[in-house]
Design a protein around this ligand. Structure first.
Ligand code: KIV
Length: 275
């Protein structure tokens, strides 16, 4: 089938209903992170289904070691830039650490700010039973929620390590219970991060909603990666689940070195590059 025919069959806008249909029809969901207008425009034009304005912006955009310092104002700024770029993709925005845990009123206020000020399409929250009251409250306002279980980077100081989660039966059982609870509460999709592939497959099979994995194996309903990692802009992060599609770090370095050389030698600008 030609790309054109494929594209004409693609839904004009990705909504929660479209994602649900994709799961039911066995069509895999492709999701990437985005934090700025220019990159989001390219990813949307390429046909990405979901753009996640991840709090990984703390790492890749701001240079923090963890996602914990990310503020609601900063997330809204990134989300506004992404939403302005997008025609088709669904834009999901991470609720940053400290804006929803342990206080459902604050959680609702935070989610409403994201939806109102950034005109986002959904929010994402890390955790299971412990955040269920906040999830319920946000859902009651008509805001779609994506869950996130497994390795949840906002709890990194509790885990103490970024290694694979839920390898022991007790943690795997808790994850399965949390996944069911979140689905019963009404989330529209679930991200599973860095867990055994068999567990990812089981959760995707048991849940009716789409399950999107990052390091959760091939048996889930879709995949998500951090764009800066898969394009090879970041180089200091090489987990097993990461496939690098480009080595942009090296290409940008070469281009900038060439530019510096051209400026220093007087090669740039040439006659055609001036008025
Ligand atoms: O913040 C983020 O980029 C994420 C993905 C890793 C799923 O939550």
């Amino acid at each position: 089938m030609s790309t054109q025919t494929n594209q004409s069959k693609r839904p004009k806008k990705i909504t929660t209903r479209v994602l649900q249909r994709m799961k039911e029809q066995g069509e895999k969901i492709a999701m990437l992170t985005a934090y700025d207008y220019s990159m989001a425009k390219i990813l949307d034009a390429a046909g990405i289904d979901i753009l996640l304005v991840g709090d990984s912006a703390a790492n890749v955009m701001a240079g923090y070691e963890t996602t914990l310092p990310m503020t609601l104002d900063a997330m809204i700024y990134h989300a506004q830039s992404v939403v302005r770029a997008v025609n088709r993709a669904m834009v999901v925005v991470d609720m940053p650490f400290g804006t929803y845990q342990g206080n459902s009123t604050k959680a609702l206020e935070s989610a409403i700010r994201i939806m109102k000020e950034a005109e986002a399409h959904a929010v994402k929250m890390e955790g299971g039973r412990e955040i269920i009251e906040s999830v319920e409250r946000i859902l009651s306002a008509g805001i779609p929620v994506m869950g996130h279980l497994g390795l949840t980077p906002q709890s990194i100081y509790k885990f103490g390590t970024y290694t694979v989660r839920a390898t022991d039966p007790q943690e795997a059982e808790k994850l399965i219970e949390d996944a069911h609870l979140l689905e019963e509460t009404g989330i529209f999709a679930l991200v599973l991060e860095k867990i055994p592939a068999q567990l990812g497959k089981r959760v995707a099979k048991e849940l009716k909603i789409p399950v999107i994995g990052i390091g959760a194996g091939a048996g889930v309903d879709g995949q998500v990666l951090v764009t800066h990692d898969m394009l090879g802009i970041t180089t200091d992060f090489s987990p097993r689940f990461l496939r690098r599609y480009l080595n942009l770090n090296e290409q940008i370095l070469n281009a900038v070195e060439q530019y510096i050389n051209d400026v220093k030698t007087g090669d740039f600008p040439n006659e055609n590059e001036q008025y």
